[in-house]
Write a protein that binds this ligand. Structure first.
Ligand code: AMP
Ligand code: GLY
Length: 439
């Protein structure tokens, strides 16, 4: 067990960290890094208005070759780069950095395919005997429609590639399924991402997010979390990137966590090794707990958003120790430790989100919010307009509170949320309620 947080030697062993991304997830990562005695400097590209108050932010647009970003990282003397979003991972940022001798927390391009191609993930799960919904992959619409008819409704149609969270359609009728299939395969709704579709059986149950760190050798599951994908209370309204989360999720019992490790993470690790894919970073399993047992709905190759905003506040380890262990392949030397607290994050979204988020509204009340280790505001779609913080994206803020219990954390998060105001703000009033029912 290496726990050198407080030793002399370690205090001199300070690191410069670069975080890539601009959301609440990246803000939470930076907030946690700043609690480390091992942090020399934290940088972020491109960041947002909240991140700019805690990290040195800069713009370095990256095409597919990442050369400008690599040049900046090298000039700054960055020790470790942490990649937040999926797009740069899928475009090969890790391979590009490593080819230049730079260390990155995140999977290589081949590993990121677990998120970037749903058909790849399906084929991989089948090979590894990981429980998942029955499905088939198609490139020809008539074949996909024929299979859809055998499934009956409702059923699920998924664009194969990355579609910014908009690629999954729950088809209530066969007409809706046909429409979604044609939209993808014939009209290329999401461009290349629509070249294939996965047609899948509809599962019912409750969802949970189980994330894990891996260094390519061992897997260490993180504390459980539950996201709230629908825009409105009681899971009504359109799907979003996530309107709130809490951790731990009482539905994920210790036994279930062990089962996820046994039937998902261990076989995943073995299959990655079998295929010669060195996967380092976070693997995120979105699971559905059905009456017939757990099923994996999807893998993400990164930290979840907003799950990270409730998981990291409960992590007792020094995040730099863990980032280092993941990058160096020494994760076996670390056990993860969690507080007994519950964390709740409520996302405040822009008016018009998710379809047409209204930008530019000034945000007030931010200075009235408590900002300590029990309450914080993680910024996402914010920017500066002069001295004002204004809305610049769909999900604007992730207000997070930590409490001794779920009800207390819920009370305290909503107390903070109510201090913040901007025109058109939308947020759910029931984040955590599903968990209450299980306490
Ligand atoms: P995915 O990006 O694959 O996780 O899908 C996004 C959301 O669609 C999930 O979080 C679920 O709410 C829903 N979903 C995906 N696959 C299924 C399925 N087979 N059955 C029911 N709901 C699903
Ligand atoms: N919260 C869902 C995601 O990060 O994909």
């Amino acid at each position: 067990m290496s726990n050198h947080q407080d030793t002399e030697e370690n205090v001199t062993d300070k690191k410069k960290i670069l975080v890539v991304g601009s959301g609440g997830r990246e803000h939470a990562i930076i907030w946690k890094l700043r609690q480390s005695s091992r942090l020399k400097e934290v940088y972020c590209t491109p960041g947002n208005a909240g991140i700019a108050q805690e990290a040195i932010v800069f713009d370095a647009p990256y095409g597919d070759n990442f050369s400008e970003l690599i040049r900046r990282a090298r000039n700054l003397g960055i020790d470790y780069t942490i990649v937040g979003p999926e797009a740069p991972l899928a475009a090969g940022i890790v391979d590009a950095f490593e080819a230049e001798g730079l260390k990155v927390f995140g999977p290589c391009k081949a590993g990121a395919m677990l998120e970037a191609s749903k058909s790849f993930a399906k084929e991989f799960m089948e090979a590894a005997h990981i429980p998942t919904a029955d499905s088939q992959t198609f490139e020809v619409a008539s074949d996909a429609i024929r299979y859809a008819k055998t499934l009956g409704t409702p059923l699920i149609v998924k664009a194969d590639g990355l579609a910014a969270g908009k690629g999954v359609v729950i088809a209530r009728t066969l007409e809706e399924a046909v429409h979604a299939i044609r939209h993808n395969l014939e009209e290329r709704q999401f461009g290349e991402a629509s070249a294939r579709v996965v047609v899948e059986e509809f599962l019912t149950g409750e969802e949970a997010s189980i994330l894990a760190f891996t260094d390519g050798y061992v897997i260490r599951p993180l504390a459980s979390a539950q996201d709230h994908k629908a825009l409105k209370d009681n899971d009504l309204g359109p799907n979003t990137g996530g309107m709130g989360a809490y951790s731990p999720a009482p539905i994920v019992t210790e036994e279930l966590m062990e089962e996820v490790n046994e039937v998902v993470f261990q076989p995943l690790q073995e299959e990655l090794q079998k295929r010669g894919i060195l996967y380092r970073g976070v693997i995120y399993a979105g699971i559905m707990i059905t009456d017939e047992g757990l099923r994996v709905l999807e893998f993400n190759a990164r930290f979840g958003d907003p799950e990270t905003q409730v998981i990291l506040p409960r992590l007792e380890n020094d995040l730099i120790d863990l980032v280092e262990a993941v990058c160096e392949g020494t994760l076996n030397e670390h056990e993860l430790r969690w507080t007994d607290d519950t964390a709740v994050c409520v996302v405040m979204a822009a008016g018009g989100y998710p379809e047409h988020p209204l930008k530019g509204a000034p945000i007030s009340g931010l200075e009235e919010v408590r900002y300590d280790d029990r309450a914080m505001v993680f910024h996402a779609g914010t920017t500066f307009d002069g001295n004002d913080v204004v809305v610049s994206g769909g999900r604007v803020l992730g207000v997070t509170a930590v409490g001794r219990s779920l009800p207390r954390a819920m009370d305290s998060v909503y107390r903070e949320v109510e201090r913040i105001r901007f025109e058109g703000a939308q947020y759910r009033r029931d984040i955590g309620r599903k968990g209450l029912a299980r306490l």
